[in-house]
Ligand binder design. Structure first.
Ligand code: ZN
Length: 302
């Protein structure tokens, strides 16, 4: 397949001009799927002939027929691909995304249907974990939900503990990542550090003892007195904004749903100065990742 014509920008007029039909969407998915050439899923052969449906490919050897949407997050979606593209575009390019309730009103779909598709999108928005922070990074934890936080008290009821890493740049703030954790212990911090922070990074935390054991692996970890948050101003602004967004859209979130929201928030946040390719990045993930599983409806929320 020739070089992909990537859709860039956040302009909805241009989006509507580019994606007008199911065919336009199938073509875009196929162009991502077979960007690096075709290989049969069944027998591994690399020669194909046109398949049954538009843009599908049939293996020249074993005749296995694969549609562009098979094994992607667009497989078995309960509405048109064009609608799915519109939803992905809105969620990735609107500053605050869209809740399933807003989606259901705008696109005249059942809220449950929107919610299920949004859950797939949130899975595609998980960090690729390919670009660990290697410069300066501030790490802190905070509670979401429940009465306003006594810091580090044990997690009770609906309260959930979250650890946050915020990259500091000479002229402001860079990327951020957040994960739910069970408690503020080194054991819980470790996998988070491993995923998002390079061993060479200059890490700054407050004086909490849970961070101390990590100095063994992270030589440039420094613990500072928080001075009631003054030493971690950017972190606190970030947490405030994140909580504000969460309050606006979700209620009674289950643990895995809440992680979905954290992923969604930071997917957009980490591309806020580089929105040009955000839709294409999301689309590419939705085509190259299969949804891991469907959540039970009991953990439904907005
Ligand atoms: Zn084959």
């Amino acid at each position: 397949m020739e070089k992909r014509d990537i859709f860039t920008g956040v302009n909805s007029i241009k989006f509507n001009q580019r994606f007008k039909s199911e065919e336009d969407c199938y073509f875009y998915i196929a162009s991502i799927k077979w960007e690096n050439g075709y290989q049969c899923r069944k027998c591994g052969d690399d020669k194909s002939i046109p398949g049954k449906k538009p843009f599908s490919k049939r293996c020249a050897r074993c005749k296995y027929d694969e549609s562009p949407t098979a094994h992607t997050m667009f497989d078995k979606v309960k509405f048109s691909l064009l609608l799915a593209f519109h939803i992905a575009f809105k969620i990735s390019t609107k500053k605050k995304g869209m809740s399933s309730l807003e989606l259901s009103k705008e696109f005249e779909l059942r809220q449950m249907t929107c919610w299920q598709f949004k859950w797939k999108i949130q899975q595609a928005m998980q960090s690729s974990q390919q670009y660990a922070i290697s410069g300066e990074v501030h790490v802190d934890e905070f509670f979401i939900g429940g009465p306003e936080e006594q810091k580090r008290g044990r997690s009770k009821g609906d309260k959930r503990l979250v650890v946050l890493a915020l990259e500091k740049l000479p002229d402001g703030v860079g990327r951020a990542y957040a994960h739910l954790i069970e408690n503020a212990s080194a054991k819980e911090f470790k996998p988070f550090f491993k995923k998002y922070i390079s061993k060479e990074a200059k890490i700054i935390t407050d004086k909490w003892r849970g961070y101390s054991p990590l100095k063994k692996d992270y030589k440039n970890l420094e613990q500072r007195t928080s001075e009631n948050g003054k030493a971690f101003k950017d972190v606190h602004v970030h947490i405030m904004n994140l909580k504000g967004w969460l309050r606006g859209i979700h209620h009674h979130s289950s643990k895995e749903r809440l992680q979905g929201y954290l992923d969604e928030y930071h997917f957009r946040y980490n591309r806020r100065n580089n929105m040009g390719t955000i839709f294409d990045i999301l689309l590419r993930r939705m085509v190259t990742h299969e949804p891991k599983r469907i959540l039970s409806s009991s953990s439904k929320d907005a």
